[in-house]
Design a protein around this ligand. Structure first.
Ligand SMILES: O=P(O)(O)O[C@H]1O[C@H](CO)[C@@H](O)[C@H]1O
Ligand SMILES: O=c1cc[nH]c(=O)[nH]1
Length: 232
């Protein structure tokens, strides 16, 4: 086991879905995977492994924010040799074309976090990006399934409550949505030469104020989960 994941070597699949919410991990395991068993309960950050269309796949909750997901991604890669990491998260919509329940594929992640500067120093503003194969497959599948989807830049921010954020400037520069984990996921994937993608469902809109209910946040993201399970 690693410090935060109570699994034995081999308990975790090469491909892992990463929701922030442990109850979303449970929902995915119970509704999308065959023969799922829970390998992690440490801090109630549940992790499960099961079968999807005969292939072994895991789902590991990451908690909220860059420090929390960084712990899980580091341990999944370094202790359990995970190769493909797909975040299945919620996001706040920014642009006028983005509607609640739309899917946003994070092509790249801007951030106000110091994680990139702490990694590269002040001279380089490294751009954390998605794996192109996962990204293009997800876009093709979403289109085929008739899902409302968007691809582009997302903001991975340090604060959920962020009165200082200049939302209009982000919209002007084409940022589609805001969430709190993707820069760390993409940065660590680059560091360890792994493949990563963030698939996000818009749970609320930061300009119009439109919201989904807590129950919808937990359970009504089936399109996103199906996409994440199908890409490889
Ligand atoms: O729904 P999850 O995956 O937790 O993602 C989003 O929701 C949380 C904030 O409510 C942050 O973790 C943010 O990134
Ligand atoms: O980080 C997040 C996630 C969902 N909705 C938001 O507004 N922000």
């Amino acid at each position: 086991m690693s410090t935060h994941i109570g699994a034995n070597k081999g308990d975790i699949a090469e491909k892992v879905l990463l929701p922030g919410d442990p109850l979303r991990a449970k929902y995915i395991a119970e509704n999308f995977l065959m023969d799922a068993h829970r390998y992690n309960e440490i801090r109630n950050c549940y992790g499960y492994t099961g079968l999807y269309r005969g292939e072994k796949v895991s789902v590991q909750a990451t908690g909220m924010g860059i420090p929390s997901i960084s712990i899980y991604v580091n341990e999944l890669i370094q202790e359990y040799n995970v190769q493909t990491l797909i975040r299945v998260g919620t996001a706040g919509g920014l642009g006028p074309d983005i509607k609640v329940r739309d899917i946003v594929l994070g092509q790249a992640s801007s951030t106000d976090s110091s994680i990139v500067t702490n990694t590269f120093g002040p001279g380089i503003n490294f751009a954390p990006i998605a794996d192109y194969r996962l990204l293009s497959q997800a876009a093709e599948l979403a289109e085929k399934d008739g899902i409302r989807w968007h691809v582009g830049n997302v903001l991975g921010e340090d604060r959920f409550y962020n009165d200082e954020m200049d939302r209009q400037k982000l919209i002007d520069y084409g940022v589609l949505a805001t969430e709190m984990e993707t820069p760390a996921l993409y940065l660590l994937a680059a560091k360890f030469h792994r493949r990563a993608l963030s698939i996000l469902t818009v749970s609320n809109h930061l300009i119009t104020g439109e919201e989904t209910t807590a129950e919808e946040r937990q359970t009504s993201f089936n399109d996103m989960i199906n996409l994440a399970l199908q890409v490889n």
